[in-house]
Design a protein around this ligand. Structure first.
Ligand SMILES: [Ca+2]
Length: 123
């Protein structure tokens, strides 16, 4: 009886080790987002929401246009076991682009910084 318990305990320990070692490795992926806002008028700020940290669907992350050319940018680094993420851009935290359309799917480059250049509200 004693040895049976020991076997059960060992089995439980083994399965715990196996489950925890199955966690997928993650990769740091840096993306520079450039959004062309030149066809949009009357807005306060441009931001984005997305599936994975540092983005979220609840709290937006602002883009900026320090050189004033109408292209708004932000550079973010993701730490994920996937080779893509999903996002949408948003004006003044209320006007989502691509209404009733799929989220944007951003595929990461295997190496280096991914340049993601799009026009607001154009898939
Ligand atoms: Ca700019």
């Amino acid at each position: 009886m004693q040895s049976m318990l020991r076997i059960i305990a060992l089995f439980a320990l083994l399965s715990t080790v196996m489950i925890t070692s199955c966690v997928q490795p993650t990769y740091q992926r840096t993306v520079q987002f450039d959004v062309d806002m030149r066809d949009e008028q009357d807005f306060g700020f441009v931001a984005m929401v997305g599936e994975h940290e540092p983005l979220s669907w609840k709290e937006s992350t602002k883009l900026s246009d320090p050189d004033g050319d109408g292209i708004y940018s932000v550079t973010l680094t993701f730490d994920l076991p996937y080779d893509f993420t999903e996002c949408k851009f948003i004006i003044d935290d209320e006007r989502y682009e691509l209404k009733d359309q799929d989220n944007r799917r951003v595929e990461f480059n295997k190496e280096g910084t991914t340049q993601y250049q799009v026009k607001f509200d154009v898939p």
